[in-house]
Design a binder for this molecule. Structure first.
Ligand code: HSE
Length: 313
């Protein structure tokens, strides 16, 4: 497949680097200020060197990437809320041109799912977005495998940064602010970790899961959200006395979608440690499925993007 990769952060960069190994060619690669386009295949290493030196992957207009020859648009620009632009507009342009779209950007799928599906129905292209929920974990492929109508609930630890903070607070008895700055020093948390610690990132993933399981109708505004910023170390100590711990759990049921700190037994499947994620599905006839693994990271998330590209191929 010929790929146009929009976004050259950790995920876009890793998709471009791994594409050849998966048998694909990157014909356009863009970040917010520049692009490089070559119908015979972009020199990805040179583009990334250019980015390191000049701050952008190339000297062409970023809009040129959308006009390039490609089969699949990989949308890996930063997640935005509300109208989900510019990611939504990128997906719309590709679908209008009859191309496939694979999203790593959560915004369009969480905030404008019904609009995206309407555009897909009018297009010869297909829309896939495995990378938007829990990085490397094949959550959406598993729901598809079970059959969305046979999944009665989904829950899980959907944010690695918040989970790292809760794990460290419980293990060391440290305060939230202390562990947050440790997470930032280690590069686990973003410089602006607001989306992670306030539960927004997990809530976006819940909106996406709810859209997939219930066939649309959800956006971030439909998710009840509480983050971890107000949890004192004493709450974790109290939980531990009782053989329990606290995890930021996202949940989708017939009653809706919610994210918040929950008490879970210390040996429960949901009590994953550090930056790990887990997705737990309740199925109509087959009980519970648990899949845990790495929910973030460039190469980890790129594997989900490239699995979607392989599905389209
Ligand atoms: N920042 C997220 C996390 C990964 O910490 O899990 C991207 O959704």
């Amino acid at each position: 497949m010929r790929l146009a990769v929009l976004g050259a952060g950790d995920v876009g960069r890793s998709v471009a680097e791994l594409a050849a190994e998966y048998g694909h060619v990157v014909t356009a690669f863009a970040d917010s200020t520049g692009a490089v386009v070559d119908p015979d295949g972009v020199d990805v290493a040179a583009a990334l060197d250019h980015k390191d030196e000049a701050g952008t992957v190339g000297d062409a207009d970023p809009a040129d990437a959308l006009d390039a020859d490609y089969d699949v648009l990989v949308e890996a620009t930063p997640t935005t809320l509300g109208d989900a632009e510019p990611g939504f507009g990128h997906a719309r342009a590709a679908l209008a041109a009859g191309r496939h779209v694979v999203l790593a950007n959560k915004g369009p799928v969480a905030e404008r799912y019904d609009d995206l599906r309407a555009l897909e129905r009018e297009s010869a292209g297909e829309l896939l977005f495995e990378a938007t929920v829990a990085g490397a974990i094949p959550a959406l492929a598993t729901i598809d495998g079970v059959g969305a109508e046979r999944v009665t609930a989904a829950r899980g630890v959907l944010n690695g940064t918040a989970n790292f903070i809760l794990t460290r607070m419980a293990a060391e008895g440290l305060g939230y602010e202390h562990v947050l700055s440790e997470a930032q020093d280690l590069g686990v948390a973003e410089a602006d970790p607001t989306f992670d610690v306030e539960g927004t990132d997990a809530a976006l993933k819940c909106a996406i899961l709810a859209n997939v399981i219930h066939g649309g109708g959800y956006s971030l505004a439909d998710v009840d959200v509480q983050g971890i910023t107000d949890i004192p170390p004493s709450a974790l100590d109290l939980a531990a006395e009782d053989g329990r711990t606290v995890r930021l759990i996202g949940e989708v049921t017939d009653d809706g979608a919610r994210v918040g700190p929950r008490l879970v037994p210390e040996n429960d499947a949901l009590a994953v440690s550090g930056t790990m994620n887990i997705v737990q599905l309740e199925t109509e006839h087959a009980g519970r499925l648990n899949i845990s693994g790495r929910g973030a990271g460039g190469r980890e998330t790129a594997t989900a993007v490239l699995a979607d590209v392989d599905r389209l191929a």
